[in-house]
Design a protein around this ligand. Structure first.
Ligand code: ADP
Ligand code: MG
Length: 259
């Protein structure tokens, strides 16, 4: 149970260098689902678009200090963390996070910065989810280096396969050089339309193609997801009984055994 836990938080990166594959939606929804289970959850917005920050009801323009200052050593992670209505804590992003990326580049050990700062708070949480930007740049390398596990959201369409090979090559490099403990938990099928033969074929094929586990159940495509960010809550709060919310709860329940 969370209260008797002595183990530091499991850090999970949610990454895919393609945009629009439901990384941010998955971080917000799995975070809310873990919080419903009574776990202490920290979400980290590593994208300069600050979509996770916005979707959890925090205005990126009002954020005084963000993950940016934390990565540059100008603030502690506890200083910038805010508690959101979904029952999760958030390290917010701001629109100029690209600045942090550039400032980290010339630094020695630049891939280890996030891992080092997360060590300060790992004892305070059960799970830490990292929402990555749509790139394989230094911030995503930081996320992969800081994590015990990786989830790769992927829509069930053929075109969304492009780039996964490159992501897996990067993961292999990270495992070899930076973080041997990184484990790929699997592909999370997203935006799944069960009525489409094509989507069902992609779902059936994707695990074998990449020799990776496929998390279950797939997350159905539903308009509910478009509505949630506007009110600053995840779909688990705005549409409690929807199929999408249930799917994320089921995935979180299966993953909870591995935390
Ligand atoms: P990423 O972080 O990978 O760029 P997002 O989580 O921002 O992707 O999702 C991209 C878009 O798809 C958003 O507009 C989001 O509301 C929408 N979306 C995500 N998941 C679903 C879903 N299961 N059904 C319908 N729309 C979804
Ligand atoms: Mg995103």
């Amino acid at each position: 149970m969370p209260t008797t836990r002595t183990k530091p938080a499991t850090v999970v990166a949610v990454a895919n260098q393609k945009g629009g594959v439901a990384k941010t939606t998955s971080v917000a929804s799995l975070g809310a689902a873990f919080a419903e289970q009574g776990r202490r959850v920290l979400l980290v917005d590593l994208d300069a678009q600050a979509c996770l920050t916005f979707s959890l009801g925090v205005d990126p323009d009002e954020v005084d200090r963000s993950v940016n200052e934390v990565l540059l050593g100008q603030a502690s992670i506890a200083d910038v963390t805010v508690t959101c209505d979904d029952g999760v804590d958030l390290v917010p992003s701001v629109i100029d996070l690209a600045g942090a990326e550039a400032q980290l580049l010339p630094r020695p050990g630049r891939e280890f910065v996030l891992r080092t700062v997360l060590e300060e708070v790992r004892d305070d949480y059960d799970v830490i989810l990292l929402d990555c930007s749509p790139s394989l740049g230094v911030l995503t390398l930081n996320a992969l280096t800081a994590s015990q596990a990786l989830i790769i959201p992927m829509p069930c369409e053929m075109l969304s396969h492009r780039g996964v090979g490159q992501l897996l090559d990067t993961v292999a490099d990270v495992q070899k050089i930076l973080n041997p403990a990184l484990e790929v938990w699997g592909i999370l099928p997203t935006l799944f339309d069960g009525r489409s033969n094509h989507a069902r074929e992609v779902l059936a094929d994707v695990g074998e193609r990449y020799d990776l586990p496929v998390l279950d159940p797939p997350i159905p495509k539903t308009v509910r997801f478009a509505e949630a960010p506007a009110v600053g809550r995840s779909i688990l709060a705005t549409s409690r009984t929807s199929k999408g919310a249930k799917a994320y709860r089921d995935v979180a329940a299966a993953l909870a055994k591995r935390l």
